[in-house]
Write a protein that binds this ligand. Sequence first.
Ligand SMILES: Cc1cc2nc3c(=O)[nH]c(=O)nc-3n(C[C@H](O)[C@H](O)[C@H](O)COP(=O)(O)O)c2cc1C
Length: 379
Amino acid sequence: MSESPLDFYRRLMLAPISGVTDRAVRRIARELGCRLTFSELISAVGLCVQGRTAQAMLESCLDEHPLVVQLFGREPGELSEATKMVDDLGPDGIDLNLGCPVKRVVNHGSGMALVRDTKRTGEIIAAMRQNTHLPLSVKMRAGWDHDDLTFLQVARIAQEEGADGLILHARTRKMGFSGDAHWPWIAELKAAVSIPVVGNGDVIDGPSAARMLAQTGCDGIMVGRASLGNPWIFAEIQQYLTTGQTLPPATLQTRVDVLTRHLRYAVEDKGQHRGVQEMRKQIGWYLKGFPNVKELRQTVNRLDRLEEVIAAIRLWAKGLAAGLMPIHHLTPPPLSENCRFTFHNGKSVQQTSDLQQVENHPAADLTENQLPTAATGHL
Ligand SMILES: Cc1cc2nc3c(=O)[nH]c(=O)nc-3n(C[C@H](O)[C@H](O)[C@H](O)COP(=O)(O)O)c2cc1C
């Protein structure tokens, strides 16, 4: 490992979102200021038996930096072998998924099921550790439900077995995506371990990132749903935390330009048919809050060719002012001097917890139950 675990995890990062954060999404996020991206979850057994989906997902990660590859599985032997395969490809880090609550994954004994079998979890992390010198992290939820919180126990095991970092989505399995993420669990985790802790859950803009840092003392922040169709969020958060300034929101013209680039990347990676099909949801996310998007989506859903889709988007945008902002845009409150924070080798400055709340931000309302079967196809 060339940098310390603290430097590695002290970043603003893009969460793995299966079926969404593919190579094109990660590429756009990095271009717009994201400091670390994660692959979608990849099945360890899929890699071991050379399953097509898992292999293709791993191959799509080639040459991407900085990137952490996330694995899931239940057998220490399989995860050890998969770790070796991933390590050979030279990503920047490897992550073990202990947080996936989806039935297909849990019934197989992977993802969240492992937090109920801590002996096996320890064996898996130890086996993975033996096969890589790359930063190794564990991403988890807080536990099964409020009466069965496992994150502290799992974290201590992970630390003992040689994990370099922990990522906590501050919800239980039972919570799904309902209610607010319970950030005090992140603070508890930070106090309980000596390895870096990344906070995750409900960070939607600069002020909420500042609040998470202030309230939990976490080292890094991971952003998921709020980045969908909004890759500017990374620069926005960095800017807010380091200067207290807010960046102007992306205008219609900027959105159309980045969306067009995103479409081209998707087609480059997946071919015209699949690339265009999979981008349909992204178009809705990028243009949410602008007039007549429903009609545009209906048009685009009938198109199969990249250039036709781009032409339809441009024609739609032509009818609107280029400098238009989405109707849901909110101006965040100012950040006071003593709350400033710099990620990645920067120095943390004193943080306070009296930041104003910004509510009703339009974070995308995806749920993990919408996980596509492609990701879990090798169970
Ligand atoms: C549709 C969907 C798919 C997800 N896929 C994964 C995954 O593959 N691996 C993982 O660790 N977490 C996955 N997550 C959880 C996110 O990484 C993240 O922990 C969660 O969305 C909370 O962060 P947020 O509030 O910033 O979105 C997924 C979430 C959603 C909504």
